[in-house]
Design a protein around this ligand. Sequence first.
Ligand code: 5GP
Length: 127
Amino acid sequence: MAYAYDDQNIFAKILRREIPNSTVMETEHTLAFNDIAPQTPHHVLVIPKGPYVNHDHFAAEATDAEIVDFTRVVGAICAGLAIQPGEGGEGYRLISNAGETGVQEVPHYHMHILSGRPLGRMVKKAD
Ligand code: 5GP
């Protein structure tokens, strides 16, 4: 499958430092920053620095080092927020939207980390 990456998307501009961000964590391959319109008290976005459009693109074409780094950053932020279930934390939700069905707004792969209030059921029932 050929994936088309648009380097004018807003997260590509954040990675090029063309627009500012509120950085939570940065590593060689990964950047995590606060969502500009948080939907929960904690709402962090984690993105790979490489040009991947969504999870299946990242899983297919990223290097092992990129995948390990991304996974560890997501985990570290969840741990750092002290929101692990079972350890006095209240838990969290990870979401990665893809394409039209997933209602993906920004076409650069990202993981949402949401926590800080009860989130309700995962998906609304169809009408
Ligand atoms: P999506 O719908 O693509 O999964 O989510 C995109 C997310 O990016 C949204 O939650 C939106 O609030 C966030 N977002 C859009 N533009 C910006 C921006 O310029 N800066 C930051 N920090 N977040 C953004």
